[in-house]
Ligand binder design. Structure first.
Ligand code: GLN
Ligand code: ZN
Length: 775
């Protein structure tokens, strides 16, 4: 490749794919429900892609210069690569045609499972709340370019007059995120297959070249992390090998390798030397690599500065960003071209602030969602002279934010300022354990759930009506109580040991608290993709946090009044509240976390005073915020664990504190799980077949543990035999006195039918396991 189209001066790494009105969610879900067929779904997706292109053109991205990314996927970008390179596990072979290609229904089956066929495992994408599907790679994986919807999407846009820039997960990141297949021998690593996969990418690039794509973006966020089983040096060698090969291919578009989410560091040089045309740096989370200054960036290499935060919603400090850009230009030297971009894809943020007319005008003026960020990228590319108005507006926002009421609240500051060590500690575990045994009458292997029960249309309707004022407070209360009655009766009928109220009043486990705490705002349309068709609406934590009045007590006490069994109170932990909100960027996270923790501590005290003897404080996002660089782990684990302890340490000895975590390589945070000092910890484990359990046993974790046995992310009903099998595995490593029996996570996304059947099997499996233990 000798000549290439210049890289656009301003671009974004990616754009929300779900649609401003969640069009993709609706289209996909109606296909799943059988209301539409594959042709209709294909047509809706095509229309959505066209709309998004039109939208980006309207925001000023050029139709001809490859600045508009083409990053559509029906479910997940990792799964979409897997499907195109033929990396689908053998258990789905019957769903593939003679070329190895899956039809739409087959693609969704790999994502969601079906009958006894388990889907791919799902886990968090870097330090975000997006979940990708984990490819299973072994020596048997037959890599091949089996289908190319990504190329077809480029052609479709070109026919519509738009030259897009296709975006693919790069081969190194793809394999770093994969796990070894069941058939793989011990010691096998998916990375062992890198050369075979690189060869398929070379063919893929040739197909893009043939279709006329001037640029292809390969996302390699894997390169910014040092938490992989291979060293940075080995990673650097891999970069050389893969990208020298791809850059050396004769038929290919220009290559843009993007490294979002942190700093590229030592992976920069091998990439710069490989012959790729452009490298994307995250200058929000990362910095300008030292090696930029010394590197030979003459000729083709161009550095794309990710200066606008793709992962948060605050308007960019354009002066500071411009300064970084100037520094990068200086380091890169006059031979290199530097373009402006976002730090990550914008699929982590909602579409536009314009859809939030109900937000206070002042707060609104501080925010930039995806569409506004496109404007910021363009302003930075234009520079402070040509975009003087934008720079001036950015200065005004900063000044306004710093002085706004509620951003700094003296009483909140005084309380965090007064904290001492004792506020973070409970009695030792044996003391608590004895007090709890006396207070709670629980069988061996107690059964429980993680908190939420299915959210029926009726419950959602009641909440919506209450929000709109269509029903009175009493009517709403009666509707919620009726639901709690139903959930309590069901749990009693199923024979569960520790009951929950079911969380019908919560639209979302974080938003519910955000709505009831000062310092937060909630959006109306701020949806972002969480996994597949699932979206969440992160709240905006903009000011100092405090709790004006009790939040959950009325629901938990009502539930407790309806049963003789123990009822577990249910709170969302400080780290998760932060992780799943857009958090103020003007003070350290640890400081904000302690404010949230104190608000929760008051809630724990009120629940306890109202007679609730078990309180669960969910921290599913504990692992998610773990920094991608090891040198930052200690600091992170320190403030996050402490915030949880601050929230819970006010509880008396007899109060059993539970916590729940999900989506993890728990091995990495096992020390932290111990540090939380919860009496009982439930963790996600079903999809990975209890892989976590030996880690827990090895860590000499002594308190209660409930590795989830029922995968709630899939509609399939696990059989009693399967669940008993998983409990047997758990009992192989965990003392029976420690073991709890529970699903992987909350049940709110499930239907009642499958939930009831699954929980029935779960209770039966617990009984079988008790018999095994006693025998
Ligand atoms: N208590 C929450 C629920 O059951 C926990 C959800 C989660 O871990 N994501 O919905
Ligand atoms: Zn969970």
């Amino acid at each position: 490749m000798t000549q290439h189209t210049p890289f656009p001066a301003a671009t974004i790494l990616g754009y929300p794919r779900i649609g401003p009105d969640r069009e993709l969610k609706r289209a996909v879900e109606s296909f799943w429900a059988g209301r539409t067929d594959a042709a209709e779904l294909t047509a809706s997706a095509r229309a959505l892609r066209a709309d998004l292109r039109t939208r980006l053109r309207g925001l000023g991205l050029d139709a001809q210069d490859a600045s508009i990314p083409s990053d559509f996927t029906f479910y997940d970008q990792v799964l979409s690569v897997a499907a195109q390179v033929g990396a689908i596990p053998a258990r789905f072979d019957d769903l593939r045609d003679q070329n190895g290609s899956l039809d739409l229904a087959g693609y969704f089956t790999v994502a969601r499972g079906e009958g006894d066929r388990a889907p791919l495992e799902m886990t968090k994408w870097f330090d975000s709340n997006y979940h990708y599907l984990v490819p299973e790679i072994g020596p048997e994986t037959a890599f091949d370019l089996v289908e190319t919807p990504s190329v077809a999407a480029f052609t479709e846009a070109a026919e519509d007059g738009v030259i897009t820039r296709p975006v693919l997960v790069g081969p190194i990141t793809f394999l770093l995120l994969s796990k070894a297949s069941e058939a793989a021998p011990d010691g096998f690593s998916p990375l062992d297959r890198i050369d075979d996969l690189t060869a398929v990418y070379a063919r893929w690039l040739a197909a893009f070249a043939e279709a006329g794509a001037p640029w292809v973006q390969l996302d390699e966020p894997g390169l910014v992390s040092d938490t992989w089983p291979i060293s940075r040096a080995e990673l650097g060698e891999l970069v050389s090998r893969v990208y020298t090969t791809l850059a050396g291919a004769s038929e290919r578009p220009a290559l843009f390798v993007a490294a979002p989410y942190h700093r590229l560091g030592s992976a920069f040089t091998p990439l710069a030397r490989s012959g790729v045309e452009a490298i994307g740096l995250d200058l929000v989370r990362g910095d300008v690599p030292d090696d930029v200054a010394g590197a030979d960036l003459s000729g083709v290499t161009l550095v794309v500065a990710g200066l606008v935060d793709g992962h948060n919603v605050w308007r960019t400090d354009l002066d500071a960003a411009h300064e970084k850009l100037t520094a990068l230009r200086g380091a890169a030297g006059p031979e290199a071209t530097v373009a402006v971009s976002t730090s990550t894809s914008l699929f982590h943020v909602p579409h536009t602030v314009a859809d939030e007319p109900q937000l206070p005008a002042q707060l609104r003026s501080w925010l930039a969602f995806a569409d506004e960020k496109v404007g910021e990228v363009r302003a930075l590319a234009a520079g402070p002279e040509r975009a003087a108005d934008a720079f001036e507006a950015s200065r005004a926002v900063r000044a306004n934010r710093a002085g706004a009421e509620g951003v700094t609240v003296p009483v909140v500051r005084e309380r965090t300022g007064r904290l001492s060590k004792a506020d973070f500690a409970r009695s030792d575990y044996p003391t608590r354990q004895a007090a709890q045994r006396a207070a709670l009458d629980l069988p061996e292997l107690p059964t429980t759930t993680i908190g939420s029960f299915p959210q029926t249309a009726e419950v959602r309707r009641a909440r919506a009506k209450a929000r709109r004022g269509d029903i009175t407070g009493e009517e709403y209360l009666a509707a919620m109580r009726a639901e709690i009655d139903r959930v309590i009766a069901l749990q009693e009928e199923l024979g569960l040991d520790v009951l929950v109220h079911g969380e019908p009043e919560r639209n979302d486990m974080v938003q519910y608290f955000a709505e009831n705490l000062d310092g937060f705002a909630v959006t109306q349309n701020g949806w972002v993709q969480s996994y597949g068709s699932r979206c969440t609406r992160p709240s905006i934590l903009w000011g100092d946090v405090s709790r004006p009045e009790p939040i959950t007590v009325q629901w938990s006490t009502y539930a407790a009044s309806r049963t003789d069994k123990p009822v577990k109170g249910m709170l969302t932990g400080p780290v998760t509240i932060l992780a799943w909100s857009f958090v103020r960027d003007d003070q350290p996270l640890g400081e904000t976390a302690n404010q949230v923790a104190l608000a929760l501590r008051d809630e724990v005290a009120d629940l306890e005073a109202a007679g609730i003897g078990l309180i669960q404080v969910d921290e599913p996002a504990l692992r998610e915020l773990l920094p991608l660089r090891q040198e930052e782990h200690e600091d992170y684990l320190d403030w996050s664990v402490n915030a949880f302890r601050l929230a819970t340490a006010g509880a008396g000895d007899a109060t059993q504190v539970h916590t729940h975590l999900c989506y993890s390589e728990f091995g990495e945070v096992i020390g932290a799980i111990d540090g939380l000092d919860a009496d009982v910890t439930s963790v996600e484990a079903a999809r990975s077949k209890m892989e976590i359990v030996p880690d827990i046993a090895d860590s000499s974790f002594a308190r209660g543990i409930g590795p989830g046995v029922y995968d709630i992310h899939s509609p399939r009903v696990p059989s009693t035999a399967e669940l008993t099998g998983l409990l047997r595995i758990a009992l192989g490593s965990v003392d029976p006195h420690q073991l709890w029996v529970n699903p992987d996570c909350g049940l709110k996304t499930r239907g009642y039918e499958e939930t009831t059947a699954s929980l029935r099997n779960l209770v039966a499996a617990a009984r079988e396991a008790r018999a095994i233990v006693q025998a």
